[in-house]
Design a protein around this ligand. Sequence first.
Ligand code: PRT
Ligand code: MG
Length: 213
Amino acid sequence: MTDKTITIALSKGRILKDTLPLLAKMGIEIVDDIKTTRKLILDTNHDHIKAVVVRATDAPTYVEYGAADVGVAGKDSIVEHGGNGLYEMLDLRIAQCKLMVAEHKDYAGDKGRIRVATKYMKSAKAYFDAQGQQVDLIKLYGSMELAPLVGLADKIVDLVDTGNTLKANNLVPTEHIYDVSSRLIVNQSSMKTKDDLLKPFVEEFKKVMDELA
Ligand code: PRT
Ligand code: MG
């Protein structure tokens, strides 16, 4: 990408669905048909703004390495990534949920060292460390809710929105770790080298968010 362009990394899935209306409010629209196109670098109605759509967990990595100058990523993905090389500029208040500990409703209570299944290894480790509780973390890539039902783990650490998924599996949330929403992130060196393009972009985004508040 030339220095005359800024590239936005957009997180696929539910975050994308909520990001597009915010971009539209800024007057930015993806011109390629996002549902059908096979192009990976998408054009917008502004010549100097391109977009890439990436897995939610990958968005901070694209921005860290400057492959994208800015991005939209869930707080959970930013924490798990570690935040190296990027600034968190704005809370976009979309795709909100909570990272929580949950257990089976009939769980008998901790007996000694427990097993906790999660996709959120860093967040879970930091949380249980802060509690002074030693646990064995089991890394999973999905369907965490299954783990306590089949004896893989005593508890899980997972995102909870309505709580319906937990309820449907006889699980109850017990501890709140942190609130999650999507954030606008910016590559730290782009912020310096492309400040003529990025400062107005971030300012405009902030204005849109202030209007929505
Ligand atoms: O690539 P990856 O697998 O990481 O993500 P994905 O392609 O599956 O993306 P998607 O669309 O699931 O988006 C993931 C991001 O959306 C997360 O990183 C959060 O920042 C945000 N988000 C907000 C959520 C939820 N809310 C959410 N409820 N991500 C997942 N969930 C899941 C949760 O894991 C659980 O299985 O929804 C279920 C719980 O929902 P309730 O309403 O039943 O409580
Ligand atoms: Mg998912």
